[in-house]
Design a protein around this ligand. Structure first.
Ligand code: FAD
Length: 394
């Protein structure tokens, strides 16, 4: 038996013995937050996988990983999918700041932060956008001033997803207001459990509030939590954005991806709502639309797979912008199709006239409009593709 077959056999046996029934199939997934209580099976699954190094399978063992190579990693993922196991850990810790620290952190920072991130000890927020700095991120004005062995931070971040449940935040701050705007920025790690950091929820149209304003009023961060050197935050911060886009695109291979399913349920969903004739969708326009979305979805999944197989580094470079963009457009197109199939049942927001599934479909359609804004708008992705992938002039 060759090495990979033996690895598969051992992995399968270990997963059978250690993956609790309660995490097979959809449900709660840990993302590190100390403020959210985990179901017992989810907590157990996280602890067992972290012990094995399989919450971040490709990371070095010294930092909580298992140093799996690409082939072993793919075996692990396929075995997780085989038993429909949920990913043991996700979030901005393992997917964004962890891989960034692996590349830009010094030894002390890696040893201090990465093992805890791999064990899911603390949820991370992303402090990039400001009221005057979204697409034009380099215009940010939150200030960090060095004071002995610490930084004092003042300013206002906006659209900080999940901040109310986070324990730490990585923040892009201005450390040198006299330098050209891309050159006076730094990336700093900040503990959110301090009086200088305040989180204000932003209520959305849906009534939910996953977004926040995060205010820094004399917030403190140790100088040792500056990542990648002073005034080098633009380079570090852009690399983190690539990890974010790769995650949005489903092609990040640095963290845990188990349980992700490649199968499309779209035909069943459309058939549940659309009028049928002899078991087939009666409306030819809907049929053509479904075929197009399914073909695009298949092409998307193959492209993701190809990009994952091609990359040597932990995350692909500018190709992640292309896959993120097409993924977002594809998801939005499929929701439009579902709503078209639902007809007047697809406008339900609440009330007894609509089933919970119908209400959920409408809300998902609306919520996923944000996919072409979050992590950089579709226009910004197109700019990046034009410049960095196609080499077109500015
Ligand atoms: C679901 C979601 C989650 C988010 N979570 C976070 C988070 O956790 N942390 C965080 O820091 N931020 C977060 N954001 C904010 C997000 O990064 C910004 O919304 C995004 O970068 C766009 O910035 P903006 O909203 O200021 O829009 P603007 O930059 O003001 O853009 C307005 C419009 O102008 C267009 N535009 C701007 N510049 C150009 C250009 N150069 N070329 C062509 N068109 C252009 C844009 O495409 C857009 O259509 C989140 C956003 C969403 C929707």
């Amino acid at each position: 038996m060759n090495h990979l077959d033996a690895f598969r056999q051992d992995t399968r046996a270990w997963l059978e013995a250690n993956c609790p029934e309660g995490v097979r199939g959809p449900g709660q997934v840990a993302w590190g937050s100390r403020r959210i209580e985990l179901e017992p099976d989810v907590r157990l699954w996280l602890a067992r996988m972290a012990e094995k190094g399989w919450t971040v399978p490709t990371w070095p063992k010294a930092y909580g990983g298992a140093e799996l190579d690409k082939a072993e990693y793919q075996v692990l993922i396929s075995e997780l999918k085989r038993i429909r196991a949920r990913t043991p850990l996700t979030g901005r810790g393992v997917n964004y700041i962890g891989p960034t620290l692996l590349e830009y952190g010094n030894e002390e920072q890696k040893a201090r932060w990465l093992p805890g991130i791999a064990r899911g000890e603390g949820g991370w927020a992303m402090g990039y956008s400001e009221p005057g700095a979204g697409s034009d991120l380099a215009s940010l004005s939150t200030r960090a001033v060095r004071d002995g062995d610490r930084f004092i931070i003042n300013g206002r971040k906006i659209w900080t997803s999940d901040a109310m449940d986070c324990d730490y935040i990585f923040v892009l701050v201005r450390t040198n207001p006299d330098a050209p705007k891309h050159q006076g920025i730094s990336l700093i790690l900040v503990d959110m459990h301090q009086p200088g950091v305040q989180v204000r929820p932003i209520r959305l149209l849906s009534g939910a509030s996953p977004f926040n304003e995060t205010l820094f009023e004399d917030a403190i961060a140790p100088a040792s939590d500056l990542v990648g050197g002073i005034d080098n935050g633009w380079t570090v911060g852009k690399r983190l954005l690539q990890f974010e886009r790769s995650t949005h695109a489903g092609i990040n291979i640095s963290g845990a991806q188990g349980g992700r399913t490649a199968e499309s349920r779209l035909p069943q969903i459309v058939k549940r709502y659309a009028p049928l004739a002899n078991g087939a969708i009666a409306d030819p326009e809907l049929r053509t639309w479904l075929i197009r979305v399914e073909q695009n979805g298949h092409a998307q999944r193959l492209t993701q797979k190809r990009v994952i197989e091609e990359v040597q580094a932990r995350a692909p470079g500018f190709a992640s912008s292309a896959v993120k963009l097409t993924n977002a457009l594809q998801v939005q197109d499929s929701h439009e199709l579902i709503l078209a199939a639902m007809g007047s049942q697809g406008i339900g927001w609440e009330g007894a006239a609509f089933s919970p599934d119908e209400i959920e479909a409408t809300r998902t359609w609306l919520r996923d409009k944000s996919l072409t804004i979050a992590g950089g708008t579709k226009d910004i992705q197109r700019n990046i593709i034009a410049k960095r992938v196609l080499g077109l002039p500015d």
